[in-house]
Design a protein around this ligand. Structure first.
Ligand SMILES: [Zn+2]
Ligand SMILES: [Zn+2]
Length: 96
């Protein structure tokens, strides 16, 4: 078991300790080793971008700060992605 991250999707190995791929932003769930797909980007008030990942196997949600070398195109695409097809049912929040 290595500390270095290897992307389960594109196989990239940046050679440092991180929890998601800089190229496709895919992560790994430490709990079960399954792939974690980036589903959203949030920009909190302090301005630091946060990537929300969901585990493909167990549905576990986790957020991690975006890094300077992350793929900005994918970040932007997630940030502007229409909410027409959210990855979870919006009804769970009730009506605004
Ligand atoms: Zn990758
Ligand atoms: Zn999992």
């Amino acid at each position: 078991m290595s500390d270095c991250f290897t992307c389960p999707l594109c196989g990239l190995s940046p050679g440092d300790r991180r929890n998601h791929c800089p190229e496709c932003l895919t992560g790994v769930h430490p709990g079960d080793g399954a792939r974690m797909t980036p589903i959203a980007v949030a920009v909190p008030r302090d301005g630091e971008w946060v990537i929300v990942h969901r585990c493909e196997r167990c549905g576990w949600l986790a957020s991690s700060p975006a890094r300077a070398d992350d793929n900005v195109l994918i970040l932007m695409r997630m940030a502007v992605r229409p909410l027409a097809s959210p990855p979870f049912p919006f009804e769970m929040f009730g009506r605004m």
